[in-house]
Ligand binder design. Structure first.
Ligand SMILES: *Cc1c(COP(=O)(O)O)cnc(C)c1O
Length: 428
């Protein structure tokens, strides 16, 4: 082990990990295209896009250049009382590509914070309208919206891993996640509990918050577009706002630019993050309608109560502008379709394994759900030995490759997943 890896082990936390854990951490030397190069010279085909983010691959010359150009001007400047072209251009692009009525953009530095901002917008909106009792949220189980306190309060209470904090989290309303899967119809009975909760608590509920179509870190579930359509109707019927968290699904991942397009609906508030900068810099945004923004701004105290220090960081905005241009100029729909087909074909052998519960694919997302949680101690090194970077959690082995991955690498990736998953069986 080289010195700094030991220092890492002694002093550095990793996501959801124990200090000094004996689980392996791999040292990355560099990354290029769809490959992560380890310090020891091994190259791994990246199946994770660094958690949904790196849609154009690593070290992309166009995004590199955009950041370098911005760096020559300024890397950062405060956003209070000042503005700059990269932020304004990005706001304009986001307004253009998201649903029509989303016109006002609030930038923040991470997905979780953009969710906090969305929740605060909803509460301030109703406060401004004289309905201050509407301070709670309704959501479905198996959701994931981030790790800060407000976001945690709307994560799945069980899989959200936040049970420890339950005593200090605001109490929200939860209903069961839809059973109707993507591509299926949904019946009124699928929505009965949701409707009932809205009916009973509409005076306490500021907004419904959901991940549209794809529930990510809370279980990698794909649910019916019809369900989302009905949710939109019910929110209108019961005078409740709809917040869609597109942080994981945004920018093409599910096969549509934004997953809400599968249902042809628009939210009142939308969060984007993750792939916003092509995975280059940390940046997120919360979009809302003119009417909501105006109501908040005209209410008491006359301003929206949030303002991150690094709001609209110019380097991050420049990266995002370049990333969105790259995406829109590419045949991204064609690429996602190719990836979807490669995942369908490549992961099909997993279906025959008795310890695999389900294999599901949507857009550039492939999920192999096991019957039991995987053992990270053995499965992580097995993936690395097979030459791929795949990071399972719980029962879920899942892939969300960069959109630029070609068929031969997709084939290697899915073959490695099938092999490693099959071997779990023989070892136990
Ligand atoms: C990742 C994620 C978040 C949190 O974003 P961070 O940048 O990690 O704070 C919120 N919602 C969804 C749907 C996510 O996938």
């Amino acid at each position: 082990m080289n010195d700094w890896l030991k220092t890492d082990c002694d002093h550095v936390w990793h996501p959801y990990s124990a200090m000094g854990s004996d689980l392996p951490v791999y040292a990355v030397e560099s990354a290029q295209g769809v490959r992560i190069r380890l310090q020891d010279g091994r190259e791994l085909i990246d199946g994770m896009a660094s958690w949904w983010c790196v849609i154009h691959g690593y070290n992309h010359p166009v995004i590199n250049r955009a950041i370098e150009t911005q760096l020559q001007k300024m890397s950062h400047v405060m956003f209070g009382g000042l503005t700059h072209e990269p932020a304004v251009t990005l706001a304009e692009k986001l307004v253009a590509i998201t649903p029509e009525f989303l016109q006002c953009v609030f930038f923040s530095d991470s997905g979780s914070v953009s969710v906090e901002v969305a929740l605060k917008m909803a509460v301030q909106y109703w406060h401004a309208k004289g309905q201050a009792s509407k301070q709670h949220f309704l959501t479905i189980r198996h959701g994931y919206h981030g790790d800060t306190f407000g976001a945690m309060s709307v994560c799945d209470p069980v899989t959200g891993m936040h049970g420890l904090f339950s005593g200090m989290l605001p109490k929200q309303f939860f209903v069961n996640a839809p059973r109707c899967k993507f591509g299926e119809a949904c019946t009124e009975s699928d929505l009965a509990e949701f409707k009932q909760t809205l009916h009973q608590h509409q005076n306490e509920i500021a907004a419904v918050i959901l991940e549209p179509i794809v529930q990510g870190a809370g279980g990698m579930r794909f649910y019916s577009a019809e369900y989302l359509q009905r949710v939109r109707q019910l929110c209108d019927e019961f005078n409740v706002l709809l917040i869609l968290d597109e942080i994981a699904t945004g920018f093409g991942r599910s096969g549509k630019l934004f997953a809400c397009e599968h249902a042809n609906i628009a939210p009142d508030i939308m969060c984007v993050g993750k792939a916003l900068t092509g995975g280059y810099m940390t940046l997120a945004a919360t979009l809302t309608t003119r009417q909501i923004a105006q109501t908040i701004s005209e209410g008491n105290p006359g301003v929206f109560m949030h303002g991150p220090t690094f709001m609209a960081n110019p380097l991050a905005c420049a990266a995002a502008n370049a990333s969105i241009d790259l995406l829109l100029q590419s045949d991204w729909q064609g690429k996602i379709q190719c990836i979807q087909q490669a995942l369908i074909n490549g992961l099909a052998p997993c279906k025959d394994l008795t310890h695999v519960n389900d294999v599901r694919i949507l857009g550039a997302i492939g999920v192999v759900e096991m019957r039991h949680p995987v053992d990270m101690r053995t499965i992580q090194p097995a993936f690395v030995e097979a030459g791929v970077w795949v990071r399972p959690f719980g029962k879920l082995v899942y892939l969300m490759p960069p959109f630029v991955m070609h068929d031969d690498d997709l084939h290697k990736l899915t073959t490695a997943v099938c092999k490693v998953v099959a071997n779990i069986n023989t070892k136990k």
